[in-house]
Design a protein around this ligand. Structure first.
Ligand code: HEM
Length: 155
């Protein structure tokens, strides 16, 4: 059972990191490259549409992580490799709930309003998106650190 849950945990981690790499290398790069052109709107829509994908990965990682923590009697939020993983995940959840999700919601709403008026991405949206990308990067680095902690278990 533990091994099965671990496999699910690792599949979700692969999905997250694969998605993050795709987002960084293709969607974000495309959004910057297409600034001012008609392809800028689809690029931003792609970026904002990635939420359900990352949300599914986050939920799977948390549920399987908690299950394995209980099964392996590792304990919660202690000073160890697993405790640090849990603190980082907590930080990611807070970042997602307080900054990333509301920011994406605001951008979606503004994009919809602009499209209805016959416009597209404006300068304010570009700067908001760039700020959002920085927070997304911070979150992905946290996942990478968690991957290293999970594999090395070095303290
Ligand atoms: C994005 C965040 C996370 C990443 C990238 C990650 C990554 C990993 C990796 C690579 C392993 C495999 C370790 C190995 O067997 O070699 C692992 C195992 C594990 N993870 Fe995570 N993890 C994350 C979040 C969490 C969270 C939030 C928890 C707890 C709530 C957790 C609990 C565990 C447990 C208990 C194991 C099994 C350790 C064992 O082998 O006995 N993980 N994780």
């Amino acid at each position: 059972m533990f091994t099965f849950i671990l496999v699910l945990h690792l599949i979700a981690v692969c999905c997250w990191l694969g998605g993050a790499l795709y987002e960084r290398c293709f969607i974000v790069a495309g959004f910057h490259r297409e600034a001012g052109s008609e392809k800028e709107v689809p690029m931003l829509k792609l970026l904002l549409g990635s939420v359900p994908f990352f949300f599914t990965s986050v939920v799977t990682i948390i549920v399987t992580g908690i299950a394995m923590t209980i099964m392996g009697k590792y304990g919660f939020l202690q000073w160890s490799w697993i405790g640090l993983k849990q603190y980082i995940m907590l930080g990611i959840i807070i970042l997602l709930a307080t900054i990333i999700a509301p920011g994406m919601k605001r951008l979606k709403k503004r994009l919809k309003e602009n499209i209805e008026r016959g416009g597209g991405v404006d300068d304010l949206m570009r700067s908001q998106t760039n700020r959002l990308i920085v927070y997304l990067d911070i979150m992905h680095v946290g996942v990478l650190v968690n991957l290293i902690l999970g594999v090395t278990k070095f303290f």
